[in-house]
Design a protein around this ligand. Structure first.
Ligand code: ZN
Ligand code: ZN
Ligand code: FE
Length: 746
């Protein structure tokens, strides 16, 4: 007897070797039939012995290829008609495409073996890839995913590549970016003596101390030897980046261990397919130029993720600084002409290639269990929404670390990290990214969600878009909702949301919030003690201003570090605090960290966002056990974290000559303990069992772990961001989750 079945497979199943996998599986079970891609994923029919068909359907999701993410298989039986062969048939595009595109993936072991094999025809070929690895999202122009709709369209495959591509038994069967030295993209070194192997020549330049711009997968990097002080200093000066740490690329795990201490989880993240920058503690004896990460105990390290990077690191034989190819705050360069123009004065030479990059993506960054930046290797993974969207949604995000999110039904796709929207070029990239995602995922937004802040460029963009409905979502509610949604929860829960700033529903600047909310609504149950922020934005660049504000609130005299600031500037700030002119009231937790860092003399002014808080965390003495007091008080119905006592205790310690490391640790302990106590109190009053910790301040692992431990000890379930950043990179997803929940009810 013979049976026939039809199956539809949904998830990330295009561009990941799924059809050849089905082909091999069908052969294995001696089944006839066919498989093809369509707008929703993969469709197939198999015919043969009933047990074989049954086994096939059971194995189908279980043995799927490494890059595939099977979300759903639906099958039904059909009448058998005696088909004899199994065939892979062409894609069918029906316009409304929804089949997910896979993220870019690091070079697989099989490709690496060929890359290093002198007898292989792809020996040292910088663009080697296969169905299990290589560029995906960054080269995709449209869907369904096939070569004609990628930036590989211009490269006609040679006979040998085509034979691999068409042979279902070959590991390059339907590998859309398949290429070889005879037919594929080529690397080229510009600005130095030409001829020979471009990668080897670039490595020689780097060894000699040059700065080289390198075109990679998602954009251009700037590279130099990480162990050469002159080279790193030159790169800093030319890039106009004063102190922000540089990321490093090293050849392998052993080379990484020479620089950073890796626990098993961190090592696992370093070698994962998405190959993020992993931030880990500096190893004792690490040989590095001091200018790589000034003043920090941690380093950001990544491993090679493209064949070009593998060759370059192998040839260079030393760790390289590999930082985004831009000047200061501009977005990373990815278009060739633009990169040459912008990086001309920075790079001594350019290592480039002729495979265009369709979408600029920065390297993703992780620290401990947290994602600080979600981009290359992770985008455009689908994120499920706990409450399905009744209408297609575009969520526009915030302003710093901006991203956007599209949602349809139970699915959401968060865009790549775009950056600070105050920059015109970034805004252009943001618009282009939204257009691209709308086409890739066939979403025509009817609902547009945005932040409450009227001055964010993302808000003006949102309000400028035609929509059936615009949904405004308060900033910290979006942070809370993002974490709930990524854990598949709908709330209600207590949320401690600590960040730099977000507009509150009362028109003041929030940032140290204790919320009670679900995906639909949110209420402010408490907050940090409010102080004035003298000079507004100027205070984010000059933490000493916040030290003045907090010391004044605590009725404390200036500490020596604050007293050392120019008296005229201090008098001006005192004036702003007294009159309230240009000194908005804020409950920002980020600004409290600034104040403590400044008053203990760690940092009076910063050169990059979050610097004072990062350095305060780095300063913590791990042996310290004490905690500063941070009483909870009730003020007009809200629970207030009264950090005046904390600041007073820190100031007293400074005057008593207590070491900065101990002050830093006591501050973190005090804030963590009080936050946990406040959340516990609210949870008990409201009979809630779940607490969410998020907002950019919770990227501070010392604070996060302290707070989490205290909450867990009190028997509460603690949710923290996992797949999305705790910072404003997670806001768009939260807005989408709220918009979906709200529009569902109408
Ligand atoms: Zn491969
Ligand atoms: Zn070829
Ligand atoms: Fe925020």
């Amino acid at each position: 007897m013979i049976t026939r079945a039809r199956a539809r497979v949904e998830g990330t199943v295009q561009g990941v070797g799924f059809r050849p996998y089905v082909f091999r599986l069908a052969h294995d079970e001696r089944l006839a039939g066919w498989v093809r891609n369509d707008d929703h994923g993969v469709v197939l029919e198999v015919e043969g012995a009933p047990e074989a068909v049954e086994r096939f359907l059971a194995r189908l999701p279980r043995e799927a290829p490494p890059l595939a993410a099977v979300e759903r298989v639906r099958s039904r039986s059909l009448a058998a008609w005696g088909e004899r062969e199994f065939a892979i048939v062409g894609s069918e595009a029906r316009g409304a495409a929804a089949a997910p595109v896979a993220p870019d993936s690091a070079t697989c072991d099989a490709c690496l073996a060929e890359l290093r094999d002198p007898g292989d025809r792809r020996h040292r070929y910088p663009f080697i890839n296969c169905t299990d690895c290589g560029p995906r999202f960054t080269i995709v122009r449209g869907v369904p995913y096939d070569r004609a709709r990628t930036t590989m369209a211009g490269f006609a495959m040679c006979d040998r590549c085509r034979a691999e591509y068409e042979d279902p038994r070959d590991r390059r069967f339907h590998a859309e970016p398949n290429a070889c030295p005879a037919c594929g993209p080529r690397a080229r070194l510009i600005g130095a003596a030409a001829g020979g192997d471009a990668v080897a020549a670039a490595a020689a330049l780097l060894r000699a101390g040059a700065v080289v711009a390198i075109k990679g997968i998602g954009g251009y990097h700037l590279a130099c030897r990480a162990d050469a002080g002159d080279a790193v200093a030159a790169l800093r000066a030319r890039k106009r980046r004063e102190e922000r740490p540089f990321a490093l690329m090293v050849g392998g795990l052993d080379a990484a261990r020479a620089l950073v201490v890796l626990d098993p989880a961190a090592a696992g993240r370093l070698v994962a397919r998405d190959r993020p920058i992993v931030i880990a503690p500096r190893a004792p004896g690490a040989v590095l130029a001091a200018a790589v990460a000034p003043g920090l105990r941690e380093l950001g390290v990544m491993l090679p993720y493209s064949p070009l990077h593998h060759l370059l690191l192998g040839d260079a034989g030393v760790p390289l600084v590999l930082t985004s190819g831009n000047v200061s705050d501009e977005p990373i360069a990815f278009a060739d002409d633009d990169a040459r123009e912008r990086l001309r004065g920075i790079a001594d030479a350019f290592l480039v290639h002729d495979r265009p990059i369709e979408t600029r993506t920065d390297d993703s960054v992780v620290r401990g269990p947290l994602v600080l930046r979600r981009s290359r290797g992770r985008v455009p993974d689908r994120l499920p929404l706990p409450i399905a969207a009744a209408a297609p949604i575009l969520a526009c995000g915030a302003e710093l670390k901006s991203s956007f999110c599209l949602a349809k039904g139970g699915s959401a796709w968060v865009g790549h990290h775009v950056g600070d929207l105050k920059n015109w070029e970034t805004l252009a990239a943001y618009r282009a990214g939204i257009d691209h995602f709308e086409r890739l995922f066939a979403v025509a937004p009817a609902v547009v969600a945005h932040d409450l802040h009227p001055d964010y460029l993302s808000t003006s963009y949102a309000l400028g878009r035609e929509a059936v409905e615009h949904v405004a979502v308060q900033h910290h509610h979006a942070h809370l909702a993002a974490v709930l949604a990524e854990h598949g929860a709908t709330g209600p829960a207590v949320g401690a949301i600590f960040d730099g700033a977000g507009l509150g529903t009362d028109g003041t600047v929030w940032g140290g919030e204790l919320l009670v909310g679900d995906l639909t609504d949110c209420e402010r149950a408490g907050h940090l003690w409010p102080v004035r922020q003298p000079g507004g934005d100027a205070a984010t660049r000059e933490p000493w201003r916040m030290a003045c504000a907090w010391l004044a609130a605590a009725a404390e005299a200036p500490t020596p570090a604050v007293a050392a600031v120019d008296p005229a500037r201090r008098a001006a700030v005192a004036g702003l605090l007294r009159t309230g002119t240009a000194a908005p009231v804020t409950t920002s937790a980020g600004r409290l960290f600034d104040a403590v860092a400044a008053l203990c003399g760690l940092r009076a002014e910063v050169t990059y966002e979050g610097q004072a808080a990062i350095e305060l965390e780095a300063a913590c003495d791990p042996a310290e056990r004490d905690a500063y007091p941070l009483p909870l008080t009730v003020r007009s119905g809200a629970l207030v974290l009264d950090a005046r006592a904390t600041v007073a205790a820190a100031a007293a310690d400074v005057r008593a000559g207590v070491a900065t490391g101990r002050i830093a640790a006591r501050f973190h302990h005090g804030l963590g303990d009080a936050t946990a106590a406040a959340c516990g109190r609210i949870a008990a009053e409201r009979r809630l069992g779940t607490v969410v910790l998020s907002g950019g301040v919770f990227q501070n692992l010392a604070l996060l772990e302290r707070t989490r431990q205290r909450l867990a000890a009190a028997g509460l379930r603690v949710l923290v961001p996992r797949r999305l950043p705790a910072n404003d990179g997670g806001i768009a997803f939260g807005q989408a989750a709220v918009a979906a929940a709200r529009t569902k009810q109408e």
